[in-house]
Design a protein around this ligand. Sequence first.
Ligand code: FAD
Ligand code: SIN
Length: 521
Amino acid sequence: MKHTDFLVIGSGIAGLSFALKASKYGSVCLVTKNVVQETSTRYAQGGIAAVMYHPDTYEKHIEDTMIAGHELSDPEIVRITITESTDRVKDLIDWGVDFDKNPSGKYDLAREGGHSEFRVLHHKDITGLEIQKKLYEKAKNKANIKILEKYFAVEIITQHHLGISITKHSTDIDCYGAYILNPHTNKIDTILAKTTILATGGIGNVYSNTTNPAVSTGDGIAMVHRAKGVIRGMEFVQFHPTTLYNPSERPSFLITEALRGEGAILKDFHGNSFMEKYDPRGSLAPRDIVARAIDHELKISGEKHVYLDAKKINKTVFFNHFPTIYSKCLSVGIDATKDLIPVVPAAHYSCGGILTDPWGCTNIRNLYALGECASTGLHGANRLASNSLLESLVFSHRACEHASQKINSIDFIEGIKDWNAEGTISNEEKILITESTRELQSIMSYYVGIVRSDLRLERALKRINIIYQETETLYQQSVITQQICELRNMICTAYLIIKEAMKRKESLGLHYSIDYPPKED
Ligand code: FAD
Ligand code: SIN
């Protein structure tokens, strides 16, 4: 049994930035199920939205966020996030993150869909990689931070593990740490913590096409759901409108929205710009609208992709700001300065997640949720581009302020038993897991994608229930592996998406049902 003051699960921007701040107040154990660098954070391209200079103002950024979120965002959370944006970006700069500047020495701000001003700080088109690298460099040199790579969090520990019954109506659930699969022994370690932080990222792998890396399987959300914590907003899954059409590739390669901010335009198979039919903001309308418009165009035309025309972008700007996109396109035979880029939408971001308060606290005591796995209330029914790296930083900072004040008054729990693996056997048939995963992804993509209906959701639920029953039986009998846990977590996440979608009898933001068309249709 191991003990730590802060147990941080996840090594993206949320986990690392929390760990760096918390290490001043106690011991930090950071576990991550892959290598530290393999996160959604490292793939972020566009950048981080923050108010830096006139003519931008906090009020404008707040308004854009509320509009993108279809007024479902929590106004207090939006105000907190935006008014703290400048300070949190300064933290990143202090940690060594190098944002691009223009010749006058000011930060070179980009613009993305739904933003009324240029306000996205970036490092070329690899902003996330720059952030991930700099945060990791800092964290690995801190004596108070212990990093465990390829350790997989299986469950959070609560009173349930003391034999006390808890239900979803319990108001006094405590978190005491987590059970973690140790890759060296293949056994489950018990890590007891005064404070546990879930920073486990997104859910993209629930779908067949996603921009998310393989680590994004909804683990934190599923763990909290099983521990009877509160999850909300799962019906709001954001599909990024423009990923490179390259069917054999997983994850899908993103073509940043910042390219449209520089003037790239969406076109149909005949080379006609089509977004004006759907929204006066054209190719720079918020993502929910653009992704749905592309979905509609594909259904009408029967084609497999639309095009992004970036030919009018000044070549110097293209090579300086988007070198990775340029070389990626070239590697598949497309010169983006001369050719049209074939693009399709792909699952990208979960606006819903574990319900948190303005300090990152969940409804389970001493358990915080940060970053994409959390539902702070910032995004409402649709996230404004480049607001998520910002949200991770703002709430990691606030969670640390909150947790550090309490840390010395919390005692480690006694009486937690080690994980019981009795009666389980090693399952050699990986096909049972890989095939169920494929089935799940296909059900979610066809029935619970960009456009939904009551019938599709009912079908999805019935089919997912079968996979759920089969997987639970397999799980009870098998020695625990990361793969079976991830499948279980994805099934749980899919279930939460479908259930929330079925409850919402309207089309709003990212949840669009043909049975409840919005009034303006
Ligand atoms: P992640 O960075 O995904 O990290 C999750 C961590 O949790 C990983 O270390 C993972 O291994 C670990 N983990 C998960 N489950 C377990 C478990 N059971 N046990 C142990 N460890 C676990 N947002 C923006 O604001 N601007 C952008 O430009 C932008 N571009 C993007 C481009 C792409 C291609 C993608 C995929 C996303 C982009 N986003 C962008 C979204 C943004 O990157 C993510 O929302 C954000 O990085 C999430 O950070 P995080 O720390 O919450 O999670
Ligand atoms: C992008 O660069 O288009 C992604 C930005 C985001 O997801 O916030």
